[in-house]
Write a protein that binds this ligand. Structure first.
Ligand SMILES: Nc1ncnc2c1ncn2[C@@H]1O[C@H](COP(=O)(O)OP(=O)(O)OP(=O)(O)O)[C@@H](O)[C@H]1O
Ligand SMILES: N[C@@H](CCO)C(=O)O
Length: 323
């Protein structure tokens, strides 16, 4: 359960008094998520999400994220802007953490999306990329390709606590994937979501009602966003089997607005392999370092590691922990 920081009823009552948002009725920690502390807050007038930003979100980046959400909402995307207090501020301090009160969006996130739902999600990603064409702020990818080797080094030999031989194999895979990474001018760049997993897309039936969790949004390859989604969406949540129909539908939805160029086609699998490395590494780091008293369910680093087999079959035959 992702509640790293506990919020007292007294502190929350004082916090809410800054807003025209009613008075506190209830607040419950939200089980999903691993990055930030999230509460579902009901007041006498409405329901909100309260987010307290934890380790991976730098306070200095919050204005970028909030401006992006406002921009996307103004372009008709179903994203939840932060609520402004009576002074017009969205970013506050609560329990010594940066915190925002965020509009609650209805909908549920799916564990096993259908091809129809994946197609809608691909279209939504394309709408997001179209909407940022006139968004000027930029943000460096704090989990970008240049950060993977240092993160791997920081995990070190502890990686072998996750699987025997994992340290050596992940190091070799990292070298192979980084060597094939596209150069700066090879494919388009723009502001991307960078973490649009099924749990960050809210749906009612086949309709998308919310795109949430923009706290990794950054400037990077446009197609990397789709590759991240492909690696996150097109594998069965329990069996981990690759579901090509879901992956194809996702790509088809995206291509309805951004057809692949030849360069896109050439680089797609390499970008998806990079996504596997990025999420294997961040999950491995969390696995090794999550404090024992945190109310958080750690995510399996090996799930994304195994997905690498689909995007780079040659590596699968070389690395014992992948075969
Ligand atoms: N605006 C919103 N409206 C409705 N529910 C929301 C909203 N924001 C967050 N949630 C709920 O809270 C959960 C956790 O939020 P979020 O994904 O932002 O957390 P996180 O810790 O940053 O997660 P992640 O591990 O995906 O990075 C979501 O899965 C969703 O159920
Ligand atoms: N969506 C990520 C968490 C954010 O880095 C994961 O499932 O590992």
């Amino acid at each position: 359960m992702a509640v790293y920081t506990h919020v007292s009823a007294e502190a929350l009552t004082t916090f809410l008094a800054r807003y025209d948002a009613g008075t506190l009725v209830s607040a419950k920690g939200i089980a999903e998520g691993v990055e930030n502390s999230n509460y579902l807050v009901d007041t006498t007038t409405a329901r909100y999400i309260l987010t307290l930003y934890e380790k991976r979100v730098a306070e200095g980046d919050l204005p970028f994220f909030m401006d992006l959400l406002d921009h996307l909402a103004a372009h008709g995307l179903p994203v939840p802007p932060a609520i402004k207090d009576r002074q017009g501020a969205t970013i506050q301090q609560l329990e010594e953490r940066p915190a925002c009160l965020i509009r609650f969006l209805s909908g549920v996130s799916l564990s096993n999306p259908t091809p129809t739902q994946a197609r809608a999600a691909g279209e939504a990603l394309a709408a997001l990329h179209a909407a940022v064409a006139d968004f000027e702020p930029q943000r460096l990818n704090s989990m970008g390709v240049d950060t993977w080797r240092p993160l791997y080094e920081r995990c070190g030999e502890s990686l072998d606590r996750i699987a025997v031989g994992f340290h050596a194999d992940l190091g070799r895979a990292l070298d192979a994937v980084v060597a094939r990474w596209p150069g700066a001018g090879d494919i388009d760049r723009c502001v991307i979501h960078a973490d649009l997993f099924p749990d960050n897309v809210l749906m009612l039936g086949d309709t998308i009602t919310g795109l949430i969790d923009f706290y990794f949004a950054c400037t990077d390859f446009r197609l990397y966003d789709l590759a991240i989604m492909h690696a996150a969406w097109s594998f069965d949540a329990s069996s981990e089997d690759h579901d090509a129909a879901v992956g194809d539908a996702l790509i088809a939805g995206y291509q309805s607005r951004f057809p692949f160029t030849d360069a896109d086609r050439r680089h797609f699998d390499d970008l998806a392999a990079g996504a596997c490395i990025r999420f294997t590494l961040s999950r491995a780091w969390d696995w090794i370092n999550t404090p024992a008293d945190a109310m958080v369910t750690r995510k399996d680093p090996l799930a994304f590691w195994r997905r690498l087999r689909v995007y780079d079959p040659d590596l699968a035959s070389l690395l014992p922990t992948l075969s």
